[in-house]
Design a protein around this ligand. Structure first.
Ligand code: PHE
Ligand code: ZN
Length: 890
């Protein structure tokens, strides 16, 4: 356990390591409660550090990190050190005067994997042994220079009882395996690629395996293995398929080939995060591996494809080129998310994918950026690095790269990527290194662009348009501004690429400028304009009539756009914009406006007025649903959290819920016939396929059912019940259950029971059952959750269970988590404190659900603050939870 230090780690304090570890030999003897780890480290003074100094003083002390370790012995160059006198604590091993030449250290530690409830270091999941080392878990296995800029070649010998762990895996290629006396056996793995210790992994267990092979474009035969709980092998087929597609895609899209003879994926049911990119041995939360039509929804399939690809892509962006320090986390994560988004866009519909990525970005990252936990994509200080695996590092990090590509163009972007791979392969790099490749490739100064990495917060872009019929010009004026965020009062302007078009009667008008308020040829040709200062005016010429501007096409920058489009403009965009993202955005903007107006009406004690124009527009969209997946996105209203964010302050979640409900009812009633006909027309025919097109049809059909049910709960429930009672796929079964869950009463409870009975042997399906119940927007829900916590299927020890029941409540149940009496806050805060003793990382993530507390109305704000203060007052908080509490209250 790390002592909670008062001082943060700061980027500006970075120094190269005093010592390097070129080679690591590990010998791990697995045992449930007393595993032995013998490590031999081959060290030398870092030649980059000036030494020996002229005075001939000895070099710096060697300080190895530990975390709660129990050392049995330490030997320097073969000579055992006296543990009583060596400077050794569970959290540190210090050699005051290490040799100033090559030397070896041998360290033996003993671990108790069964007692490791934090799931960092070596732990057990079910009967298997596995490891998680990123970011600072290796120090829970042995003393080491636990920092990403120390790269070593690892040879790992794993030994275990054969019956308990027939499968023994580590990074790299298998060198040798053999039997031993007493029913034990061993395997030796060697990874030829130097890597930081956070990429170390080891697995031992009795698992079922699926094998396949991939031949790289240069002819390397790669043995692929996916290892899952016995009996679940068929559920790994889709993950294997996704892996092979990801490997092939990276060869064409980024010219990246795989570099070892084997690639293993292990699925475990106890995992803090989604998955981990350990070299040649990815370890996964089983939720992102296992799928069958009867247990996984279409959304689950899409997630599996994305996460499998993400971890695989890390092999180049993260592993071959790693991070110099943890401040550079976005170097691997933002870039790898960018890559997996590109992959998924190529595998599915790019337009629909962009919409769902932006939805997710706004839900998680915009919310983070608007609250007390805001931080920059490349932070400059941290108390606890575990808390920086955030939407800002991942999703905004990806958006920044996407913007870069839009700004410099596809060709220069590709050249910059190649340069990056060539120049930094085998090193631990920085964001500056990365960006310099694109500056070179595009011959552009990217210093101002770099502000995206340094400044936190979501910029606001306000735009106004003026048409001059005499001059036949249309002038757009843009203005950017940024609110203060923690530690950043004033900001410099961002470089914002604004993709835009002007829509006339027959579609996009040619873009021409000239003279004053002109734009560059390149801008006009690509329809992308740079807002690099606080303001910019652009005057477009030869515009025959007032056009409808389509601004920020494809969501070309992660900003909030405020343009006073008329309702007629929005309708025009919904029906005619050539950019499908902005068609969707116009519908969202329209809905959001209506909903904000309704919320004000409800708060003023009035009934919300309905707007026929919007319902009609959706009706038109439903009629020509050439692309069902897109139409499903078009008819999905902004979420309650989206509306809360648009309102921004003094938020009343009950009013938002009521307003959204009323609009759903109005749509359901107004479009009942159209919704029913979509539902009938898109009935399943043929066998299940998880592909995007088939998934899109199911998405639209189920969205239609849900809206129809909002308008006619009785008839809707009848249809949903029929769908639920004849389940063909989990997608349709769960959609029907979700629709039934809208209406309180016996039908709902019976369906919930039936669902449990059908799926009780599949924990991942039961997670959906937990999450669905946690999201019910009714005052009884908290009691229901408390009851479910006593259910035999629930366990506080399993992160997936905690996230599906408690996490879903805090993240999605706007009315009940934010219940006016503060009961939701008290419940979650108490649970965080209980959980903190077991698993601080999961506890801290749960607590981050309070991130928007300051935007609530006074009563709720006071209650949320009280819950946070109560948590803060608890003694012995983990560094993880303490960091979130402190920043939330700052
Ligand atoms: N590096 C992992 C990924 O994004 C995430 C992770 C972080 C997993 C920390 C475990 C612990 O691919
Ligand atoms: Zn990642």
């Amino acid at each position: 356990m790390r002592a909670d230090s008062a001082e943060p780690v700061r980027l500006k304090d970075y120094r190269v390591p005093d010592y390097l570890i070129d080679k690591v030999e590990l010998n791990v003897k697995l045992h449930p409660t007393a595993a032995r780890v013998a490590s031999r480290l081959f060290l030398r003074p870092n030649p980059q550090v000036l030494r020996p100094n002229p005075q001939g003083r000895p070099g710096a002390a060697l300080v190895l990190d530990g975390d709660g370790l129990n050392a049995l012995s330490v030997a320097l160059d073969g000579v055992e050190l006296d543990l009583a006198t060596a400077s050794l604590t569970p959290d540190q091993l210090t050699l005051a005067n290490p040799p100033q030449r090559d030397f070896t250290l041998e360290i033996e530690t003993e671990l108790n994997p069964s007692a490791n409830s934090r799931l960092m270091g070596l732990y057990r999941s079910g009967s298997a042994y596995c490891t998680q080392c990123e970011p600072e878990g290796f120090r829970r296995i042995t003393y080491f220079l636990d920092r990403p800029d120390v790269l070593s070649v690892y040879t790992v010998r794993v030994e275990a009882e054969r019956a308990q762990a027939p499968l023994l895996l580590s990074n790299g290629n298998l060198v040798e395996r053999g039997e031993m006396d007493g029913g034990r056996h061993y395997a030796i793995w060697r990874d030829p690629f130097p890597k930081p210790c956070y990429l170390f992994a080891l697995v031992g267990g009795d698992l079922g395996s699926v094998h396949d092979e991939f031949i790289t474009k240069s002819g390397r035969r790669v043995q692929l293995g996916i290892h899952v709980e016995h009996g679940k092998e068929p559920q790994a087929a889709y993950a294997m398929d996704a892996l092979k597609r990801a490997m092939a895609w990276d060869e064409t899209a980024f010219s990246r080939e795989y570099d070892l003879d084997v690639f293993n994926i292990v699925a475990v049911s106890d995992f803090n995060m989604g998955a981990m990119e350990n070299k040649g041995l990815n370890i996964f939360n089983d939720k992102y591996v296992l799928a069958s039509p009867a247990t996984a929804t279409d959304a689950d399939y899409a997630h599996i494809e994305a996460v499998i690809a993400h971890e695989y892509f890390h092999n180049w962006t993260g592993n071959r080129i790693t991070c110099r320090d943890w401040f550079q986390l976005c170097l691997k994560e933002g870039l790898t998310v960018f890559r997996d988004h590109e992959f998924s866009s190529d595998m599915r519909s790019r337009a629909v994918h962009r919409i769902s990525d932006v939805r997710a970005l706004r839900a998680a990252q915009f919310a983070e950026d608007a609250g007390p936990l805001a931080h920059s994509v490349r932070p400059e200080a941290y108390y606890e690095i575990n808390n920086f695996y955030t939407a800002t590092i991942y999703e905004k990090g990806a958006e920044v790269i996407r913007m870069l590509k839009v700004l410099i163009g596809d060709e220069a972007f590709a050249t910059g990527m190649d340069l990056y791979f060539r120049r930094y392969d085998g090193t631990a790099a920085t964001v500056e290194d990365f960006i310099s490749c694109f500056a070179e490739a595009s011959s552009r100064d990217l210093a101002a662009f770099f502000r995206w990495y340094r400044q936190s917060g979501t910029p606001l872009v306000e735009a106004e348009g003026a048409y001059d019929p005499e001059a036949r010009t249309f002038t757009l004026e843009f203005r950017q501004s940024s609110k203060p965020t923690p530690g950043q009062g004033v900001k410099e302007p961002f470089v914002i690429p604004i993709a835009l078009g002007l829509i006339g009667r027959d579609g996009d008008l040619p873009l021409k400028t000239g003279g004053e308020n002109g734009a560059s040829e390149a801008e006009l040709a690509r329809g992308v304009f740079e807002l690099a200062e606080e303001r910019r005016k652009i005057t477009f010429h030869d515009i025959p009539a007032r056009p409808v501007p389509s601004i920020l096409r494809g969501f070309s920058a992660p900003v909030r756009l405020d343009y006073p489009a008329s309702e007629a403009d929005l309708i025009a965009l919904i029906s005619r914009d050539g950019d499908s993202f902005n068609r969707w955005q116009a519908a969202q903007t329209y809905a959001s406006r209506l909903l904000m107006r309704s919320v004000a009406e409800i708060d003023g004690g009035r009934n919300p007025t309905q707007d026929a124009g919007f319902v009609d527009a959706l009706g038109t969209v439903l009629h020509d649903s050439a692309d069902p997946a897109f139409t499903a996105q078009m008819i999905a209203l902004p979420s309650e959290a989206d509306i809360a964010r648009d309102i921004g302050k003094d938020v009343d979640p009950d009013a938002i819920h009521a307003a959204r409900d009323a609009l759903r009812r109005a749509i359901g009633r107004g479009l009942a016939e159209a919704l029913l006909s979509v539902y009938a027309r898109l009935a399943e025919n043929g066998p299940y396929s998880p592909d995007a097109e088939a998934a899109g049809r199911r998405a639209l059909r189920n969205a239609a059912l849900d809206l129809y049910c909002a308008g006619d709960p009785f008839e809707g429930a009848r249809l949903a019940t029929r769908q639920f009672e004849t389940p063909d796929t989990m997608t349709n079964e769960f959609a029907a259950l979700s629709t039934l869950a809208q209406t309180p009463g016996e039908a709902r409870e019976t369906a919930l029971e039936t669902f449990y009975r059908r799926h009780q042997t599949e924990p991942l399906v039961i997670d959906k059952w937990f999450a669905l119940q946690a999201a019910i927007p009714e005052p009884d829900t908290l009691d229901r959750i408390k009851r479910l916590m006593g259910h035999s299927a629930f366990s506080l020890n399993n992160p997936n269970r905690v996230r599906s029941l408690i996490g879903a409540f805090a993240a999605t149940n706007q009315t009940q988590f934010n219940a006016a009496d503060g009961s939701g806050y008290e419940f979650v805060a108490s649970l965080v404190l209980d959980l903190d003793e077991k698993n601080p990382q999961v506890a801290a993530r749960l607590l981050a659900a309070f991130k928007s507390w300051r935007s609530l109305e006074t009563g709720r704000r006071r209650r949320a603050e009280a819950a946070l203060r109560r948590a803060k007052a608890r003694e012995n908080l983990s560094a993880d939870v303490k960091d979130i509490v402190d920043r939330s209250l700052a």
